[in-house]
Design a protein around this ligand. Structure first.
Ligand code: GDP
Ligand code: MG
Length: 162
């Protein structure tokens, strides 16, 4: 069986865009209207000749009551099913309460976590990701899912723990 990577994070941080970047094809649904991804969708991926499964998560209405709890619950399920987790945050927005809830779950899981700071579309924005070391999840990987910036280093880090 190939290892499983779960991609978790708040709506609209760019999880599905990053999944497409990992796949090298547009298969995961990206929407400007958030909350489009169904609860969990699996895809076959490969990097440096190694096969793995990527699970995109989502499916919450960002205006729903108790959104943070829903995200946390989904993260809990995804992490249980996965061998490692790619936790995606929006570097332009920074860390929210919902992000903090997910971090607790990820820490408790004891499984490897790779932290991706997405929407770092240029060099200038990269400096804003240093504060993410404070999450205690190790090195933050600045990426632009949209342009591909940093995705190679992130994938190398993922494969190193998968
Ligand atoms: P998800 O809800 O976490 O799956 O987020 P999506 O992948 O659907 O993306 C939400 C929005 O963020 C879309 O409008 C994307 O085009 C945009 N987006 C995703 N990645 C990036 C990025 O690296 N840079 C910028 N500027 N926008 C991004
Ligand atoms: Mg999505």
């Amino acid at each position: 069986p190939v290892p499983v990577l779960a991609v978790v994070g708040r709506p609209n941080v760019g999880k599905s865009t990053l999944v497409n970047r990992i796949l090298g094809r547009r298969e995961a649904v990206v929407e400007d209207i958030p909350g489009v991804t169904r609860d969990r969708v699996s895809y076959d991926a490969e990097w440096n000749g190694r096969a793995f499964t990527v699970v995109d998560t989502g499916g919450w209405d960002p205006d729903a009551r108790g959104l943070a709890e829903r995200i946390a619950a989904q993260a809990e399920i995804a992490v249980t099913l996965a061998d490692a987790t790619l936790f995606v945050v929006d570097a332009m927005v920074g860390i929210t309460d919902a992000d903090e809830e997910v971090v607790k779950i990820l820490r408790r899981s004891g499984k490897p976590v790779i932290l991706a700071a997405n929407k770092v579309d240029d060099q200038r924005t990269e400096a804003e990701t240093y504060g993410l070391w404070n999450l205690g999840l190790g090195e933050p990987y600045p990426v632009s899912a949209l342009h591909g910036r940093g995705s190679g280093d992130m994938l190398d880090a993922i494969l190193a723990v998968l």
